[in-house]
Design a protein around this ligand. Structure first.
Ligand SMILES: Cc1cc2nc3c(=O)[nH]c(=O)nc-3n(C[C@H](O)[C@H](O)[C@H](O)COP(=O)(O)O)c2cc1C
Length: 195
């Protein structure tokens, strides 16, 4: 059985370009034995890291301060589903030149010292096993992969930090100017993905 985790960070609901394209990619990745898990981050799907949660990040679950328990339990769940996934598709649109705030909140909960990364004598090392991750991004004008794209470049860096280096970016950029061309470019990239 293959588990595909779809993490969706767009706030644009049914208008979401990354939602549309991630759906098309997931259809391509889906076989008879595939389970798709949806993780929608917006509208309360992910809590913000709090003062109490930060203070208890490395505390054993049974010893966590009550005020931190809910946020850290949400983080535990996000880490567990990321860890269990064989393939991950992240809908990560460009908002204000970077990731949507919900995706940053997800990262703040998923980065856990001793669980998803550690520090060695030579620097940090990721603790998650590598697996294919597809970042599906979209922008109104910001060229994806350019020096003013702090969204996909940050997310790739973050995944690398956790040990995940098999990362492919699928980008529909310039949608505010020429949506047909932007979507077609992303669909060409999706067509190259081995099903
Ligand atoms: C809050 C917000 C901020 C945005 N900031 C940018 C930006 O910095 N650069 C850009 O090219 N487009 C920007 N856009 C446009 C989105 O990238 C574009 O609408 C894209 O389709 C978003 O993907 P989505 O439809 O999956 O949400 C922004 C849109 C929103 C809602």
């Amino acid at each position: 059985m293959t588990t595909v985790l779809h993490i969706a960070a767009s706030t644009r609901g049914t208008e979401s370009a990354t939602g549309l394209l991630a759906g098309e990619l997931i259809e391509r990745l889906t076989g008879p034995d595939t389970t798709v898990i949806e993780r929608r981050l917006v509208d309360g799907g992910v809590p913000q890291l709090s003062v109490a949660a930060t203070a208890n990040l490395t505390t054993a679950p049974t010893d966590r301060a009550p005020a931190s328990a809910e946020v850290l339990a949400a983080g535990d769940q996000l880490i567990a589903e990321l860890d269990a996934a064989d393939i991950v598709v992240i809908g990560a649109p460009i908002y204000n030149f970077g990731p949507p705030s919900a995706l940053k909140a997800w990262a703040d909960l998923v980065a856990r010292a001793g669980v998803t990364f550690t520090y060695t004598e030579t620097g940090p090392a990721g603790l998650l096993r590598d697996r294919p991750v597809y970042i599906v991004s979209a922008s109104g004008g910001t060229p994806i992969g350019s020096e003013i794209d702090f969204g996909t470049t940050w997310l790739r860096m973050f995944l690398n930090f956790l040990g995940i280096t098999n990362v492919t970016v699928i980008g529909a950029d310039g949608l505010a100017m020429d949506p047909e061309t932007g979507l077609a470019k992303a669909r060409d990239q999706i067509a190259l993905v081995n099903a």
